[in-house]
Design a protein around this ligand. Structure first.
Ligand code: ATP
Ligand code: MG
Length: 657
């Protein structure tokens, strides 16, 4: 460990869907991966909770087979949603809390080598939208890190590539200025990203980016799991996925078989369920057929991104393979066929992103220091279009009008003029959304900009000028003006903490609690021990949920209308999912023959998962509403009833261990 006077190096963290990696620059300025407490370079992004501990990484994956209800993985896919897609130990948990627990462990493991670590750059898929970036930054904060910046994963990989090939040096700066265009194809565990960058020395300019936040190794695993389960069901009439432990074991064995298929032509999986063992052999050819459409999706996106950059394949010098799933031989074969070039595998697909982040972190941390490191210049494009919601005068429907199309180089600013919809309009509300669809409900709402108290009698069709500014760091600000009356309003949409999340100790306490099986949090009748913080927090959550359920149909102050609407929408989605589940169950009942039963069985399993997710979302939305109603001391009969108990519990939630 360095002495107390040594400057603490910042770290770069690749927070992956399936594996995370931390790196820093060693004394010679070389990016170096830091092993975790068990000596591994990759830490599985997985968590297992028990009565007294949080287990992180490979041990969590191992233990998950015995206790799937206490296990959380793949939460990066849920980042940006209010809550992880299912309850863990009966608790609804925001996905960034799980991310924060991983980051905290990575930080602690890094500290064993480096001493206290505070500053970090965290990577995100280029295709992450504003909400997901914000949530990632919040996870870093919860984990006790100062997040110097968020950097796109493909850009980080390109920075590592630029360093590795001597285009620049973190101390000496740009070495070579000849621009080179590279395409980064990053297929990880849960996300797919493709970006074209132009590298000129230490200048990295993204030309176009695209991707899919729900496409990765897990989807290829799922194809094999479905295949193996189908074979088992055809032979024995039973679905091994119906048992959570058997399903967890199957997923693990399938992933290993998939890795084997990258080296060999065949692999064997042993499926065990209901006391039956069945040996299933899979060939590489069959696996490639099962995943063909997934690979095709990455191919289409790759071709599309080259088109969007206005380039030909001959304009691109290198195709870099990044992400563990790029090891599947079908990936390199496809890219070779499409591009006519041999893909570049010189970078470590697992470490390149973290190394790039570490290089960037070191440059940011030393910015302005006399003997400072050269600064990388990162020029990005926006990965999602930005628009405002306007009224289509012909159809009288609300419509997203794109103002900054995706893949526009940032920083940029654009202005557009709209018109007031009716005579005498007193306020103009500009709703700002992110997304490609014309339908606002299919886009992500970023915020509102309201020009208030306009003079009466403004004619219909008065001009409203909306200016968007997209800063280099991804920060968006919007100015709406009504020039006729010189009134304006501005909003800045920042990657600031989006919501008030409790600290990690509180979440750990909530998730601890022995014997807290799924669903127990909603029981308010069970006795609780006031000295046990875990059960106090759970009871509090259950009471807040009750309050939320009662408040959803009440008339509430306008400050609570957002949460009330969210709870209503979640309840409506749950009702729909319930109907779909009943329909799927009825279809399975009436199935004729084994083939139909297996097919309907899979549909039923999907409907069940969708239902459970909707239930989780609905419970959480009611909990939030209940908490807000309690904090605002809304006059509700239910609060008069449970308010004193909530006060008592709140006092104990702070003091008990
Ligand atoms: N030899 C291999 N053959 C096939 N797939 C592999 C191989 N090695 C790793 N993988 C897959 O790569 C994925 C993990 O890759 P990686 O660590 O790059 O993803 P991640 O960073 O966790 O995810 P993301 O970047 O999507 O957030 C897993 O799905 C894993 O099964
Ligand atoms: Mg990754």
């Amino acid at each position: 460990m360095p002495g107390p006077t040594a400057a603490q190096p910042p770290v770069g963290i690749d927070l992956g869907t399936t594996y995370s990696v931390v790196a820093y620059l060693d004394d010679s300025g070389r990016p170096t991966t830091l092993p975790n407490g068990s000596g591994e370079l990759l830490t599985a992004s997985a968590l297992l909770f028990d009565a007294d501990d949080v287990v992180v990484g490979r041990e969590a994956v191992r233990g998950s087979i015995m206790d799937p209800d206490s296990f959380a993985e793949c939460f990066k896919r849920d980042v940006g949603s209010s809550v992880y897609h299912r309850k863990v130990r009966g608790v609804d948990v925001p996905p960034e809390v799980f991310s924060a627990l991983i980051l905290e462990r990575l930080r602690q493991d890094a500290e064993r080598r480096l001493g206290p670590v505070r500053q970090a750059v965290i990577t995100v898929p280029a295709f992450f939208d504003e909400t997901r970036r914000k949530a990632t930054q919040e996870a870093g904060r919860l984990a006790g890190l100062e997040v110097l910046d968020i950097i796109n994963e493909p850009t980080a990989a390109a920075v590592a590539y630029g360093y590795q090939h001597g285009f620049f040096h973190p101390v000496q700066g740009a070495v070579e200025a000849e621009p080179r265009r590279v395409l980064v194809y990053d297929l990880g565990g849960g996300t797919f990203d493709v970006t074209i960058l132009e590298i000129s020395g230490h200048r990295f300019r993204a030309l176009a980016t695209d991707g899919d936040v729900r496409l990765g190794g897990k989807d290829f695993d799922e194809r094999l799991v479905d295949h193996a389960a189908g074979q088992f069901a055809a032979e024995h009439g039973l679905d091994p996925r119906s048992d959570a432990q058997d399903a967890a074991q199957l997923w693990q064995d399938i992933q290993e078989a998939k890795h084997t298929l990258s080296e060999r032509q065949r692999a064997v999986v042993m499926v065990v369920h209901a006391g039956i063992r069945m040996r299933i052999e899979v060939t590489r050819q069959l696996f490639e057929e099962l995943g063909r459409d997934l690979l095709r999706r990455t191919e289409n996106t790759t071709v599309q991104v080259v088109r969007e950059a206005g380039l030909q394949w001959s304009d691109i010098e290198r195709v870099l393979l990044v992400g563990g799933s790029s090891r599947m031989p079908m990936v390199a074969e496809m890219l070779q066929r499409v591009t006519g070039k041999e893909p570049d595998r010189t970078a470590s697909p697992d470490e390149a992103v973290a190394h790039g982040a570490a290089l960037y972190a070191a440059m940011l941390a030393n910015q302005g220091a006399p003997a400072g490191l050269a600064r990388c210049e990162l020029l990005n494009v926006n990965s999602h279009s930005l628009g405002v919601v306007g009224m289509n005068t012909k159809t009288r429907r609300r419509q997203n009008v794109v103002i900054i199309p995706k893949n526009t180089p940032i920083p940029c600013s654009v202005a557009r003029t709209f018109q007031t919809a009716r005579h005498g309009q007193r306020n103009v509300v500009v709703a700002i959304v992110e997304g490609e669809s014309h339908r606002p409900e299919e886009c992500i709402a970023l915020g509102h900009c309201i020009v208030r108290d306009l003079p009466p009698d403004l004619p219909q069709g008065t001009q409203v000028r909306v200016e968007y500014q997209y800063a280099a760091n991804g920060r968006i600000s919007v100015l709406a003006r009504v020039p006729a009356v010189r009134q304006s309003a501005q909003v800045e949409i920042q990657r600031e903490p989006g919501r008030d999340l409790e600290d990690l100790d509180t979440w750990r306490a909530r998730l601890r609690g022995a014997g807290c099986a799924a669903g127990s949090s909603s029981s308010s009748a069970a006795p609780i021990d006031l000295n046990d913080r875990s059960s106090v927090l759970r009871r509090l959550d259950a009471l807040y949920t009750l309050v939320g359920q009662a408040a959803v149909s009440e008339s509430l102050p306008s400050s609570l209308s957002g949460s009330q609407q969210a709870a209503r929408a979640a309840a409506a989605a749950l009702e729909k999912a319930q109907a779909a589940l009943h329909a799927a169950a009825a279809a399975k009942e009436s199935a004729a023959g084994t083939g139909e039963a297996v097919r309907y069985g899979s549909e039923l399993a999907r409907a069940k998962t969708a239902h459970d997710q909707a239930l989780t979302q609905s419970d959480f939305a009611h909990l939030i509403l209940g908490r807000e109603c309690t904090a605002a001391a809304v006059d509700l009969p239910i609060l008069r009833q449970v308010g004193p108990e909530i006060d008592l519990l709140k006092r104990h939630s702070k003091h008990s261990p």
